[in-house]
Design a binder for this molecule. Sequence first.
Ligand code: GAP
Length: 476
Amino acid sequence: MANENKLQAIIGHCKEYGYIFQSSEIYDGLSAVYDYGQYGAELKRNIRDYWWRSMTQMHENIVGIDAAIFMHPTVWKASGHVDNFSDPMIDNKDSKKRYRVDHLLEAHAETLSEEAGKALIDTMEQLLAANDFDGLRTLIMDNGIKCGVSGTANWTDVRQFNLMFATQLGSVAEEASEIYLRPETAQGIFVNFLNVQKTGRMKIPFGIAQTGKAFRNEIVARGFIFRMREFEQMEMQFFVKPGTQKEWYEYWKEARMKWHLSMGIPQEHYRFHDHVKLAHYADAACDIEYDFPMGFKEVEGIHSRTDFDLSQHQKFSGKKLTYFDTDINQHYVPYVVETSIGLDRTVMMVLSEAYKEEDLSTAEKQDSRVVLNLPPMLAPIKLAVLPLTKKDGLPELARELIDQCKPYFKCYYEEKDSIGKRYRRQDAIGTPFCITIDHQTKEDQTVTIRYRDSMTQERIALSSVRDLVMDKIKMF
Ligand code: GAP
């Protein structure tokens, strides 16, 4: 399937099967904001749990917190977001449409040959690294890039545009102070560094993890849930002894790639992209990119953030944020290696990987199905229980099985339509296992289990169903 078609097919499937809806759809939607439906919310929660447990349960030296979205406004001054969290933008004077310069150039590069496209991106990255806005505008002009709406190349100068959303804290307008919706969860970890270190008696190296909403006023928001204005991050800051950050950076690059591969996604769908233009806080940084339907794009960032954040908060708050290292009898401000992954982007990655349109035609008849080959541990529904008929005590047996299983994993009961149709509905939702209860079940206490991916069926003991599913959905 062509890539653009695949993206459209996934968007349509997500809406049809209760995964993801446009926010406020009955009011014609809100741009770049999405709601998760009944299955999307489960998938998202399972991915979040998998990440959380991989970090906090599988590492003795990583703990999780849940900091507030609102933070003291000085946090964002100290972190550099007030002054630096902006993207170079350019406006088309005829359509009045605003574009992110890198997006405009990247889209143009995709229309060129591989070699010419790469040369353009290399030049763009050098100009971005040098903050050379005139050079970027010249690059756009020299390539004859036109606005998609007006069709003209009547461009303004390139300017910076801050991405943070501001709001007012306090009810009386005169007394209200301006605060920001956090654009990343990381700062909630930095400002709690000492609270957690002292109360948790944490010894370096150690990590603090958190998941939560972040907000960015993205100008060019596109690609479904790839780039949203309200989204969720899963971030972990790993505090290390200065001088050891390089080895921890390499450690986390490898560990995070292993996490991605553990979801059954093949290595060739990933690549690392090392940053040429480093953010104001980093001494090394890379992205883990996944081959989305729109091509390879960032899903996670790994950043060696030096002691920038803690030093800045120390300076702006006037509070000491040092660690006393008993091994060397010295106080120091720890260095930090960060892993930062977008939860919504991970949902999109998992869905892109799982979505398949399969042709099942035989010589006798035409047939096809849409299936989500989700990893069983992440699937919204783990087990569908389907009585063959609505009578003869079969629904009661099905309910008994569900009662046995539901404290352990999410089940689904369905008695309407033919078994074939019911299987196909579960395939489309991504349910890995279906159990059919039939008349033989009453006689010998066996059931048919049907496997989503292979579509094979076998007869197993009713009493073995719960343990079989539990074994297949294990995270670790
Ligand atoms: N604390 C570092 C940080 O926030 P980032 O590269 O700006 O780094 C980290 O963001 C991750 O957050 C990205 O790799 C991406 O997965 C996700 N992300 C960033 N902006 C996003 C947006 N507008 N919509 C969805 N996900 C986004």
